[in-house]
Ligand binder design. Structure first.
Ligand code: NAD
Length: 332
């Protein structure tokens, strides 16, 4: 059995997912939801999508009557994840949603409740949770091979271009670099250390207040504390390139991943030497695994469900509060 997926939002990442799904054994692109008729036409021809599986943002609630679509993958700007995700759930289809799952924890809880009420899955596009080298580092950490892991460093950033894009619009993005790229360091700290933070502190720096308007963060450094005594030190920025690195240190060993979350091959080494695994397009593996979760009830090693998405949003909220107040913010 295959998972029949409609993609909502035919932008750059939606295109990447569609291309990757061609190689997927368990997930198949069968439908599209878009506000741009010309894109629908291109996709219809390119992927052989039947007319009856093409929707726009006004009429996609009718997907409820369509037995040939199992799930909708929401790949729109961030602020639309919640309203569109909830409409998909109400139409009785499984929701796969891009990161960040929503703009804040309150919205995330609404999405979880809506999907629960509708009896559908809510999965978040955390492709690194299925990446082979990442999973090996996680296995080693859980097995105690690094000893007691007490330090994580996460560096996440790139120089953002076009100042008019939605990523720099507070209403559509819900913030700035933190919502888009900083969330990788938040998420990474949690799966690399295998525990949940109990406090955060954070500091914001803005060198270009014209490009990065009020409510759109350019650079934030943040620190997190964990129950074991582990600490994390992270950087989220839209002002520097070459920042895609995780470092995990324990009493008996270490793991270094650079790049740690990029699309291409991940590089990982530990105190035992490099980790070698075949690179398979992340989104191909992700869609195969998500199909197994939805169709077979498979439990992934690192969760990708709504609760997992919510944990990151709780931390995002705490980081923004810490930036605003200058105080240490307790979590949970
Ligand atoms: P994009 O701008 O390339 O595409 C967004 C699409 O949404 C466009 O096709 C646009 O037409 C459509 N859209 C629908 N309603 C819109 C509205 N009101 N305003 C603007 N656009 C609207 O962006 P993208 O890079 O594809 O990012 C989309 C989502 O995917 C984001 O949430 C982003 O965080 C996520 N993403 C995830 C990864 C990953 O590796 N998991 C990578 C890139 C992007």
């Amino acid at each position: 059995k295959v998972l029949r997926v409609a993609i909502m939002g035919l932008g750059s990442y939606g295109t990447r997912v569609a291309e990757a799904m061609k190689e997927s054994k368990r997930a198949k692109l069968v439908g599209v939801i878009s506000g741009t008729p010309s894109k629908v036409e291109t996709w219809r021809q390119k992927y052989g999508i039947p007319d009856k599986n093409c929707y726009n943002y006004e009429n996609f609630d009718q997907i409820k009557e369509n037995p040939d679509i199992d799930a909708v993958y929401v790949i729109t700007p961030n602020s639309l994840h919640k309203p569109y995700g909830i409409r998909v759930a109400k139409a009785g289809k499984h929701v796969i949603c891009e990161k960040p799952m929503a703009l804040n924890a309150a919205e995330g809880r609404e999405m979880i409740a809506a999907c629960k009420a509708a009896g559908v899955h809510l999965l978040v596009g955390y492709r690194m949770h299925f990446e082979a080298k990442t999973l090996e580092v996680v296995r080693m950490q859980r097995a105690g091979e690094f000893g007691k892991t007490l330090f994580f460093q996460g560096l996440s950033g790139f120089i953002i271009g076009d100042p008019t894009q939605w990523r720099l619009n507070r209403e559509l993005a819900g913030g700035g670099a933190m919502m888009d790229i900083g969330i990788y360091s938040i998420n990474g700290s949690r799966y690399m250390l295998g525990e949940e933070p109990i406090w955060v502190t954070a500091q914001e720096v803005k060198t270009d207040p014209v490009k990065f308007k009020e409510g759109v963060d350019e650079t934030i450094t943040f620190q997190m504390g964990f129950p074991s005594g582990a600490v994390a030190s992270c950087l989220s920025t839209y002002a520097l390139n070459n920042l895609d690195k995780f470092y995990l240190d324990g009493t008996k060993g270490f793991a270094e991943m650079q790049p740690s979350t990029g699309y291409g091959p991940i590089q990982a080494r530990t105190n035992n030497g490099p980790i070698e695994r075949e690179h398979i397009t992340h989104q191909t593996v992700q869609m195969d695994e998500m199909a197994a979760i939805i169709l077979d009830g498979k439990k992934p090693v690192i969760p990708v469900d709504g609760e997992e998405g919510l944990k990151d949003l709780v931390i995002v909220d705490a980081i923004y509060e810490a930036v605003k107040t200058g105080k240490k913010v307790m979590i949970g």
